[in-house]
Design a binder for this molecule. Structure first.
Ligand code: ATP
Ligand code: MG
Length: 425
């Protein structure tokens, strides 16, 4: 049998090297901002019952129709790798009776998600999202806070020309009316729609507004718009969202065709993109309000709002713009050792530096002092600590200034203090 080379699954990638550093930076930026706003971290299972997504995300969405990784367990359970975060968080909220906590409950998450999509730039089968969910509050101020938090995170990551696209999808009172109007209009032009949209006309007509095909966009440009058909409550809610956005000075663009790919959205939907970028691969963050979802999944009627950031999309955008988030850190100290006793004592000494929070580099597996000092000089450290046989016996150590070559011998017990003095730490 021919031996095939093992490789990663299509559309999935290893997070290595520079990408790993970007991941860490993004995670830290998200964590810092959401902590300020008192969001609690939540980790839900990577697998959930398939039914959760069929009900929650929606049976006629692209995600559930085409993009899920689903499996049957040996015990007969039907599970799917989570394609998005909101249904799992809502399931957890209901399952743990969180309605009894002070509302709203505010969660954030950061983790992998899976969609069986055609891999291309900015589109993977395993990708990561950082998400927010605020459950138990209907006030428009929450919608704006979610947007504001994501906006601040991107600003922190040095993004400049950001654009918020926003729309309202109404609620169960006004959307059915609008849907009828839209279907009536689209039916009159059905022959001009792409095959996908012809199908959507029956199952999910609102999605047609979002179709990327040019001929569909032309049809849509004359279609009735949801914003003109909102009920009074939804109109007021949307007005408040826009007023709050004005108040915090976040620039937005009202996009009447923004509908988002998930069924559960009500009222506010938004996307954050970079100005001038292509929306199909350039949407960095997307979200909205989902006032019907908690009840739909078996909980009490509870309003909620949230959103999610595509971590790989953010990394790609940073790389494209050559935004570097890190200065390479040059280690300042190198510990060189010679002889068995010194090597043994170096293990303990290195730990002492770690607890003193002073970074030290070493190559303990090397025995030659010359080789070690060569490494130290290549690294560009300021000081090398030389721990030879004689020093190990006398509990002393040499501090060598790599620039001036000056060497001082100090007691081992004082070396941290002496290094601190030299580094002015
Ligand atoms: P799109 O229209 O780009 O397919 P979506 O509506 O499916 O996006 P959401 O479900 O709202 O996206 O996910 C939120 C964010 O997660 C997106 O804005 C994007 O940044 C990211 N994202 C979604 N799908 C992928 C994917 N397959 N690969 C990488 N990132 C993704
Ligand atoms: Mg998608």
């Amino acid at each position: 049998m021919k031996k095939t080379k093992l490789q990663r699954p299509t559309g999935m990638h290893d997070v290595l090297g520079e990408e790993q550093e970007y991941f860490q930076k993004i995670h830290d930026a998200v964590k810092e901002v959401v902590n300020f706003y008192h969001f609690k971290k939540i980790i839900t299972p990577i697998l959930e019952e398939t039914e959760l997504f069929v009900k929650g995300t929606g049976a006629f969405t692209d995600i559930v129709e085409k993009e899920m990784f689903s499996l049957h367990t040996k015990g007969g359970d039907h599970l799917s790798l989570r394609p998005e975060g909101t249904p799992g968080v809502v399931r957890s909220y209901i399952e743990h009776g969180m309605k009894n906590l002070p509302q709203p409950v505010k969660f954030w998450y950061f983790g992998p998600f899976f969609r069986y999509e055609r891999p291309q730039a900015g589109r993977y089968r395993q990708f990561h999202q950082a998400g927010l969910e605020v459950i138990g509050e209907k006030n428009a101020v929450v919608d704006v806070q979610v947007i504001q938090i994501f906006y601040s995170i991107l600003k922190k990551l040095k993004f400049k020309n950001l654009l918020i696209e926003i729309n309202s999808l109404g609620d169960s009172q006004c959307r059915p009316n609008y849907r009828r109007l839209l279907v009536r209009y689209l039916k009159s032009r059905e022959n001009l729609l792409c095959p996908d949209c012809k199908r959507r006309l029956k199952e999910n007509p609102l999605r047609i507004l979002d179709c990327k095909e040019e001929k569909c966009q032309e049809v849509v440009s004359d279609a009735p718009q949801m914003v003109d058909h909102l009920c009074d409550e939804c109109k007021l809610h949307f007005k408040e969202v826009l007023e709050f956005l004005d108040e915090v000075g976040i620039p937005y663009y009202l996009n009447p065709y923004l509908v988002r790919g998930l069924d559960y959205y009500t009222r506010t939907v938004f996307e954050i993109i970079e100005e001038g970028e292509n929306r199909s691969q350039g949407t960095l963050i997307a979200g909205g309000r989902y006032d019907n979802l908690i009840k739909l999944l078996g909980g009490k009627d509870t309003p909620a709002c949230g959103g999610a950031m595509g971590v790989e999309r953010v990394i790609n955008a940073l790389k494209n713009k050559k935004i570097s988030l890190f200065q390479p850190s040059v280690p300042e100290i190198y510990l060189a050792q010679l002889g068995v006793l010194a090597k043994r004592k170096s293990l303990k000494l290195l730990e002492n530096f770690r607890t003193a929070k002073i970074p030290v580099s070493e190559s303990f597996s090397k025995d030659s002092l010359g080789v070690q000092l060569g490494i130290a000089s290549k690294m560009g450290v300021k000081y090398a600590l030389i721990f030879g046989q004689k020093e190990a016996l006398e509990d002393s150590i040499i501090i060598r200034n790599m620039k001036t070559s000056r060497q001082d011998t100090v007691k081992i017990a004082n070396v941290i203090k002496e290094i601190r003095k030299r580094l002015k730490k």
